[in-house]
Design a protein around this ligand. Structure first.
Ligand code: CLF
Ligand code: SF4
Length: 493
């Protein structure tokens, strides 16, 4: 059974380590360490050490840990057809977003300010706004400063891969533990439809020559990282009619070369962003097309389904962005590092995760053992901590879970506009939310009013707050049991 509720918010709002620990204990005690480990049984200890607090490399960790990006690397050496250079690197970020560019010194101040204030922070990433490996001097200067002043933070970069092989040794020396390469093709004939040109070795290349060089550099960089034990994630932008089927081949190539994780992201192409694909009418995939491709890729490298395509200056848990609370002009020049909040949070979270894991495993086993055909699609409003703990009207996204014969699995998220604004709901927004929830059977949230609930029902989507503050999987299994007339106690006996 799950332990009494300790809300993540109460933890993150606490101001001292003493308060943090008292908060945990006063909940009736999150189960103390009992020898359980949340490490998956099929993963070695060294890999687990690397991913257990990385919100992108572990789906489970993203409920508890946060990343921050510093936008120190604006220059780029290639052109992608889904990118407009006015904005951030669309290989990692939503196109059409501009981040506050920083010098390495400003970046260090920002990292210290966020580390002091956001207890969940575990990773610093450099994801543009151009290419972190091409704009290498600024990337390196930032990592060097941060590693010296804030040594207990993981370092992570995202790159298009062209300049990567030149810097792999330095990345290893600097203890950069996680690297993302965007790989959209392994066939230059596909690549030439995505990349009009690259700049390499003081020369500009176009067409198939450009795609061929990029492909070779990406594969070489990936192999070099694998040889050095640096964990790699491959981002691929799914472009219907261009590389969607081809990504199955990409998945095989990168798995063979040691990629730990594959993250297929939807192309976002809006003519207003001024990208080539946006202007030529190239569409992005629907949520169903994306999920269908991800399902086909199961069995290759571990699949990431929880990416939020964050900004190059994002701060906080995935799905939330506190970047605007930490703009450089708000940070004192002499800010000093204080790790106490983050360390206290880690102690508490370690125990919460064990409790969550036990509840989750129990719930998944129950659903799998029921052996019922068909599936239940569930949208969950959550603020983190693995619980159903957000009001329907406050949600800016819903996490999507599928319960079926194979258990309960996280399958993605759907972004929405916030419905409730200080006590009143926006009708037009509700229409958009209902459309974003197409195909969902039921919404789980901490609270929902009669008006949105009735309108959801009219659209064929049920909604309930009966499982508010339960663990997500526990709530889904109870729901699943109720739907199928299963006696929960007997099923788990
Ligand atoms: Fe940042 Fe990327 Fe590192 Fe994560 S993000 S550099 S691996 S710390 Fe994460 Fe954001 Fe998706 Fe990137 S959710 S866009 S995958
Ligand atoms: Fe844009 Fe990133 Fe591609 Fe460079 S690598 S063109 S910044 S999407």
């Amino acid at each position: 059974m799950s332990a009494p509720i300790v809300s993540l918010e109460s933890l993150t709002n606490a101001t001292s380590s003493g308060q943090l620990l008292r908060t945990a204990r006063s909940g009736g005690g999150v189960s103390s360490s009992c020898g359980l480990s949340s490490r998956p049984t099929d993963m070695d200890e060294a890999t687990w050490e690397k991913i257990n607090d990385h919100p992108c490399f572990s789906e489970e960790a993203h409920h508890y840990f946060a990343r921050m990006h510093v936008a120190v690397a604006p220059a780029c050496n290639i052109q992608c057809n889904y990118c407009n250079r006015k904005y951030d690197c669309a290989n990692e970020s939503r196109p059409g977003v501009v981040s506050e560019k920083l010098t390495p010194d400003e970046a260090l101040r920002k990292v210290i300010a966020v580390a002091n204030d956001v207890p969940q922070l575990s990773v610093l990433g450099i994801a543009g706004p151009g290419d972190a490996c091409y704009d290498w001097k600024k990337t390196r200067a930032t990592f060097e400063r941060v590693a010296k002043e804030v040594p207990d933070i993981k370092l992570c970069i995202s790159t298009n891969g062209l300049a990567l092989p030149e810097h792999v040794d330095e990345l290893a020396e600097m203890n950069v533990s996680h690297v993302t390469i965007t790989i959209n093709m392994v066939d230059p004939a596909v690549g030439e439809k995505i990349y009009p040109w690259i700049y390499y070795g003081h020369r500009r290349y176009t067409g198939i020559d450009a795609a061929k060089i990029l492909h070779e550099r990406q594969m070489l960089g990936l192999e070099m990282l694998t040889e050095r034990g640096i964990l790699t994630k491959i981002n691929s932008v799914m472009i219907p009619g261009v590389n969607d089927q081809h990504l199955i081949e990409v998945s095989k190539w990168v798995k063979k070369r040691g990629a730990f994780m594959h993250n297929v992201m939807p192309l976002i192409s809006d003519p207003a962003h001024g990208t080539c694909f946006g202007l030529t009418g190239q569409r992005g995939p629907t949520a169903f097309e994306l999920k269908a491709l991800q399902d086909r890729l199961e069995g290759g490298a571990k699949l990431m389904r929880h990416c939020r395509q964050c900004r190059a200056d994002a701060v906080g848990l995935l799905g939330t962005d506190r970047g605007q609370d930490f703009t450089v002009n708000q940070i004192p020049a002499d800010v000093a590092y204080d790790a106490s909040k983050r360390h206290a949070y880690r102690e508490v979270v370690a125990r919460m995760r064990e409790d969550h894991l036990a509840a989750k495993n129990e719930a998944i086993a129950m659903v799998a053992s029921a052996s019922i055909r068909g599936s239940l699609q569930v949208a969950v409003a959550t603020k983190g901590g693995g619980r159903v703990n957000q009001h329907f009207g406050h949600a800016k996204e819903f996490q999507i879970y599928e319960a079926s014969q194979t258990g309960i699995k996280f399958v993605g998220h759907r972004k929405v506009e916030q419905y409730c604004h200080g006590g009143w709901g926006e009708d037009a927004t509700l229409v958009d939310i209902i459309s974003a929830l197409e195909g969902i059977d039921i919404v789980l949230c901490a609270k929902i009013g009669d008006c949105p609930r009735d309108q959801l029902i009219e659209a064929g989507i049920r909604a309930t707050d009966a499982f508010g503050y339960d663990y997500i999987e526990t709530a889904i299994s109870a729901l699943y049991a109720a739907e199928h007339g299963i006696d929960l106690l007997q099923a788990t006996a």
